[in-house]
Design a protein around this ligand. Sequence first.
Ligand code: ADP
Ligand code: ZN
Ligand code: ZN
Length: 739
Amino acid sequence: MKKPLFILQIAIPKPIYGHFDYLPPVNFNVNQLQPGMRLQVPFGRKNTCIGMLLAIADKSSIEFNKLKPAYKVIDKQAILSKTDLHLLQWASRYYHYPIGEVITTALPTFLNKGHSDKIPLLQGWKLTTAGLAQSLEQLPKNAHRQREILTLLQKYPQGLSQISIIDQLSSQIIATLRTLERKSWVMPQSMNYIPSNDSKLPRSLPLKLNTAQKQVVNQVSSQLDTFYPCLLDGVTGSGKTEVYLQIVQTLLEKNKQALILVPEINLTPQIIDRFKRRFAMPIGVWHSKLTDKERLHTWILARDGVISIIIGTRSAIWIPLARPGIFIVDEEHDPSYKQQDHFRYSARDMAVVRAQRAKIPVLLGSATPSLDTLFNANQQRYHHFILPKRAGSAVQPSFHIVDMRHHIYKKESLSEPLKTAIRQCLIDHEQALLFINRRGYAPLLMCYNCGWVAFCEHCDARLIYHENTQILSCHHCGNSRPLDTQCPHCQSPRLELIGQGTERIEERLQKEFPVARILRIDSDSTRKKYAMVQALEKIHQGKVDILVGTQMLAKGHHFPKVTLVGIINIDGGLYGVDFREPERMAQLLVQVAGRAGRVEKPGKVIVQTYHPDHPLLTRLIRYGYPAFAETAIKERQKALLPPYSRLALMRAESIEPKLAIAFLEKFKTHLQQYQYEQVKLWGPVASPMEKRDKWYRAQLLLQSNQRDKLHQLLAQSLANLSTTSKVRWSLDIDPQDLL
Ligand code: ADP
Ligand code: ZN
Ligand code: ZN
């Protein structure tokens, strides 16, 4: 009889589709192998790498004598469940991205490097029987520390880690622990690492819900065992977070876990605080500022079901859960949910996919839902819950348009109506917030003599002047140089800085309102650790009169003292090259406006524009976001753009001009041979910003209203794509921008 063959199909972290076949390690009992285990394998001539076992097969397309045995098996048990492994394989197929690299993205760095998936035991202490029997009254009066320790440990009969003891008492406690050990009242004990909810904030109780909130909580809570996708559509302050909290409450009672996605790290403290105050239990947080070790721990604790609430940014969507109960995506419209390089997944879309596979609810919340999600709700694929009013008593702000064409010759960034409103705000001791979507001082340096404009030498982009550092800087490649004193072209000294950035508005305000306390918030001013936290504190303590900032201010923050919002300029969004720009503009405008007048006083929003008659803008301002969205969706339908079709964008770039576009021409011919009539091919064309960071870029757009066909075509054509080392390419499924 022939010996049975065991072929290990292993995912390798290399840019190659599909898996690699290996033989089991020599003398290894194959019965101990499970998919989801990591193995060390030879790769290439002398390299080794860590791969993950996907499956065991009985045949291979590789000749037997060419198969190599794996070196060793790293894990005693699978580190990923079959469910999670299948999810990653699904994502790899959907995004047409190599499975090995999908796994690398999904796993914490330490696991990719081969570290253990167990958290080391901690040193801890517990009471002995004698310690338990010890009466506290009989201790000497001055034995405060001993009394503290004994009292604390009585609450933890299983023991408590030394770190937690120190946390709760003080670091001087260790000597006392030793004393108690000598008395045989306490003994050392190895402990599992269990995180604590270290919040010193007062606990918050569930609020009495209004009718609309109650309906969502009741509906979702009655569907916990089914795939129940919903859009929670409610203006800022309408009580979405309270809805999340109460749904999570019902889940916890059923011993399930909740994963909550939030867009950005500077937004997370508030939502994390609210969860910590509501639930007296450890809460896992996940964002890019954690150390690798912290990430590993959170990942393991979630996978093993030790923690039940996890709040994180985009990549948290890959955290495995032992008992998944719900996925919540807050601010679901936020572009940061789409990864913009390497593995270009959408965490929001993956949340829906994961919920569907796990048969649980998924809640997409937003004050300005994306058109894609609204469309799904209109098609009744998602349940659509609307929270119509602001919870409590706050009312919606009022909008005013200022026609900037009247101001154009005065080179004035602040219109009279805006200045008057700011003045009034200062008199009333309230805060004003000015929004401008550009950091730096001025976006353009121009010669008045010959028309020369300062461009980046590596990009098709203008250099932005930064007053603080006195440099011209490129926001695309980071290239920078000192400000010119004369025109490099005609030597004229008549150089002019044109346009507005946050720094210039700040300067202008300081001149106009010399006694006002002005605070600028953008990625330059908040670069230092804690800078954002400190800035927010200042604002909340009322130590700021006027806030100037970029979209960093638009997201999630509650500024109860802000009653005036000024939008300096949003016109870029009205006539942008990307079809999603009006949608982004509307979301930003509504989100910024949502910062105003949250508590007792209605806010006022002043929008400065050179296009006061633009139909989408006026519709947005007159009738609100839902009306805007309805019109914008109709325009997408006319143009057969998403959500009425599916897109995939093939991008290519090369150092030598023309190579990228030639590569895409060839790819297009390659695609055409499969003859899919249902898939339209647009391009290739040079990208809107053709040169970026020395690379020339081009793109080919694939469009279809039949998703399956689009994916079939891509799968077939990518499997035998001929590439060249001179061209880098990437494929973006459901691209969020076409730049
Ligand atoms: P959102 O997440 O939609 O911005 P929040 O849940 O943060 O809204 O609610 C906004 C404010 O209203 C918060 O201060 C919150 O405590 C309060 N709030 C929410 N729901 C209620 C309610 N049912 N009754 C009273 N106040 C509420
Ligand atoms: Zn010149
Ligand atoms: Zn540049």
